[in-house]
Design a binder for this molecule. Structure first.
Ligand code: UD1
Ligand code: UDP
Length: 380
């Protein structure tokens, strides 16, 4: 089977590592993978670093689409991906998650009758003002094989009319849905051991285990609206004072830009001059999981980071009103606070005083990628 895998944004490059590793280790004689990088993310530490650290084969094509408005960016990707698909004529196209690169891949392939395989299918925040929610819904409904990480994903797809029966091969008009577990969990387990040996970020930053908070922010609703960004920063500064812990903030380039543009000068200065707030460049994956596994708490609006907090058994404050990873909220491991300063501080106090967290196996057993490869071969 020949598949074309589309990647573009940071989390997809990371996810691709799990599939490429499964192919290399278990299916090298059955699956040939062609990797297409759309170029949605392009900075060294948003893209190349993950190929180096995670053993991802170099991309066979790079469309170098870069940043832009949704329409222009997605259109350039569709155009480029279609040409590659016509040239390569694969048996299927594989996409991950919910970014514009995912949407572009799905649309380009489905229109020329190449089956779409969607990994991380079925997730819903039920907030269509998120660009990702539109991307997810469209991609799922253009897909032939849908791999969902969670039970909730199965239920969401069932409610949207997908049959959960798997008695025949998958076709576009009779798509097949499988719960496989989460390939990000595969990665966290696999790279945690490597990270423990190879990274030094915790010593470089002079951090003590269990005595710092890890924070990431990049969601457009938080970065591009001045009040939301301001509230989050004010909340973080208060948490730093209350906790007397350091806060490590690997800053997404979008957030860096928006902080410079939108934050009042005084607040920008207070944040950047606080000796206990470490604003650093976007971290590599090995550094990131070292930070996640050694921190006391995670504060994030990232889909991936909120889950990794769960994988590494850390409480998490989610800087969003909804999440598609509902399990971690309903199980009490994470609290949703949006961009509300007071809720953020209250959530910190609540999580800090909670001791009896549990971590059920919502996300599989760490072998999701192998299962996905096996099902691809069986059902396409
Ligand atoms: C994208 C995804 C989001 C995902 C996130 C992961 C969409 C609609 N959004 O959001 O779902 O959670 O990636 O990180 O697909 N930039 C750089 N260098 C880079 C990449 C981006 O400077 O290498 C800056 C540019 O100013 C760009 C901005 O970040 O305009 C936003 O990048 P973009 O890819 O459009 O969206 P993200 O916010 O990264
Ligand atoms: N990540 C990373 N370095 C960082 C921030 C995040 O390696 O500085 C990793 C993180 O560990 C997770 C993935 O990127 O595996 C999540 O991607 P991101 O937060 O960019 O997007 P989302 O998951 O929200 O789509």
């Amino acid at each position: 089977m020949k598949i074309v895998t589309i990647i573009g944004a940071r989390p997809q490059i990371i996810k691709a590592a799990a599939i490429s590793r499964a192919i290399k280790t278990h299916f090298a004689h059955q699956i040939k993978e062609i990797i297409v990088h759309t170029g949605q993310h392009y900075d060294e530490n948003m893209s190349a670093i993950f190929f180096q650290e995670m053993g991802i084969p170099p991309a066979d094509y790079n469309l170098s689409v870069g940043s832009g408005n949704h329409g222009a960016q997605t259109a350039k990707m569709i155009d480029g991906i279609e040409s590659i698909l016509l040239h390569e004529n694969p048996d299927a196209l594989l996409v991950f998650g919910d970014t514009n690169s995912t949407l572009a891949g799905a649309l380009a392939a489905v229109k020329i009758h190449i089956p779409v395989i969607h990994i991380e299918a079925g997730l819903r925040s039920f907030n269509k003002s998120m660009p990702e929610e539109i991307n997810r819904i469209v991609c799922d409904h253009a897909s032939t094989l849908l791999f969902t990480p969670t039970e909730q994903g199965m239920q969401n797809l069932s409610k949207e009319g997908f049959s959960l029966k798997n008695n025949t091969k998958a076709t576009l008009n009779s798509p097949r849905v499988f719960k496989t577990g989460d390939i990000m969990y595969d990665n966290s387990l696999y790279f945690a051991k490597i990270s423990a040996k190879r990274t030094s970020i915790v010593t470089t930053l002079n951090l003590d285990e269990g005595d710092f908070i890890l924070c990431t922010v990049h969601r457009d609703s938080n970065t591009d609206q001045r009040t939301n960004l301001e509230n989050i920063v004010r909340g973080l500064l208060r948490i730093q004072q209350i906790s007397e812990q350091k806060i490590v903030l690997p800053l997404h380039p979008r957030t860096k830009k928006k902080m410079e543009e939108l934050l009042p000068t005084e607040l920008f200065k207070t944040l950047h001059e606080n000796p206990y707030v470490f604003i650093i460049e976007p971290a590599g994956f090995l550094d990131m999981i070292a930070l996640e596994s050694l921190c006391s708490m995670v504060i994030t609006d990232s889909g991936g980071v909120q889950k990794e907090a769960f994988f590494f058994e850390k409480p998490c404050i989610i800087l969003r009103e909804q999440t598609e990873w509902v399990e971690i909220v309903s199980n009490g491991n994470a609290l949703l606070v949006g961009s509300d300063e007071e809720k953020l501080v209250t959530a910190y106090q609540k999580l800090r005083s909670t001791k009896d967290f549990t971590y059920p196996a919502f996300f599989g057993d760490g072998h999701a990628a192998e299962e996905i490869c096996r099902l691809m071969l069986q059902y396409l």
